[in-house]
Design a protein around this ligand. Structure first.
Ligand code: APR
Ligand code: ZN
Length: 257
């Protein structure tokens, strides 16, 4: 890794070693190395799908089949599993320095990597509800059906089976959003991993943390329009950088190596 990257990794590790209450904020970029496509940046999903059609509540109510086709690419085809970046963050929570993960992702990879406190701003695919009769389905069941065809309600035959994710045009879960805002105000270190920081209200959280006096760090493949508010930035792949950050953090904390 280049000297600049190494120097910024060391800077972020020092910030972690001094932090009392660190929060990690993640976007689709952290799951890229798990095989899940990102939305923006090089070959982002929004270059191939129209978010209005496949990820808005209006589009869903017009044609749920389009959403399920998109969902197949987003989640099922990849049978994603956590990558070293997810495990690194779970380890920082075990070390007691990261107190919460705030994620925009719906892939549940943070939980699968062992993170306990995960605030899912955009919900997750864990459950799917029938909008017509209220029947509830677990994701595992839907994932199986989706391999063959578009899922429909077994109870009433409706095709309006909607996962508990936040579509464009829907409000974020108020309790999750307020807790995420609380964490952003309370933390003394806010680390963004893999987000373009363009979708609100999620993208307002780094500014909220900054205004409350927190230090800001970022690990992202490409620059974002908010880079200027960050105290430390590493441009690179989360799956490579985050394990190095943990390694450095442990060296500082335990004097290893
Ligand atoms: N490591 C680190 N960062 C990466 C990697 C990687 N391996 N691969 C891509 N990135 C970066 C990209 O450079 C980009 O800046 O991750 C960011 C992903 O940005 P987006 O695709 O816009 O994802 P995100 O910020 O999560 O989008 C927010 O938009 O479409 C909605 O609801 C959707 O939750 C999503 C929200
Ligand atoms: Zn039904």
């Amino acid at each position: 890794m280049t000297d600049i990257i190494e120097e910024q990794i060391k800077k972020i590790s020092r910030m972690l070693a001094e932090a009392k209450h660190a929060v990690v904020f993640t976007g689709s970029g952290i799951s890229a190395e798990s095989g899940i496509p990102t939305f923006r940046g090089t070959d982002g999903l929004w270059l191939r799908y129209n978010p209005e059609e496949v990820a808005s509540i209006y589009g869903f109510k017009r044609n749920p089949a389009k959403f399920w086709e998109f969902a197949k690419e987003l989640i099922v085809k990849t049978k994603a599993s956590p990558n070293p970046a997810h495990y690194a963050i779970a380890e920082l929570e075990k070390e007691g320095v990261v107190k919460a993960v705030i994620t925009q992702n719906i892939d549940m990879l943070h939980q699968n990597a062992g993170s306990k406190k995960v605030l899912e701003l955009h919900g997750s695919m864990s459950y799917v509800d029938c909008l017509d009769c209220g029947a509830e389905y677990e994701w595992e069941y839907i994932e199986k059906v989706l391999e063959e065809k578009q899922p429909v309600c077994e109870n009433c035959g409706s095709e309006f089976l909607k996962p508990r994710v936040v579509f464009f045009g829907e409000p974020l879960p108020p309790d999750v959003l307020s807790e995420a805002m609380e964490e952003s105000k309370r933390c003394d270190l806010f680390i963004v991993v893999g987000s373009s920081l363009v979708v609100y209200p999620a993208a307002s959280l780094p500014d909220m943390a900054k205004r409350s006096g927190a230090k800001l760090a970022m690990v992202n493949l490409e620059p974002t329009e908010k880079d200027n508010i960050f105290d430390a930035i590493v441009y690179g792949k989360a799956g490579e950088i985050m394990p190095r950050v943990v390694e450095e953090f442990k060296r500082l904390r335990y004097g290893e190596g």
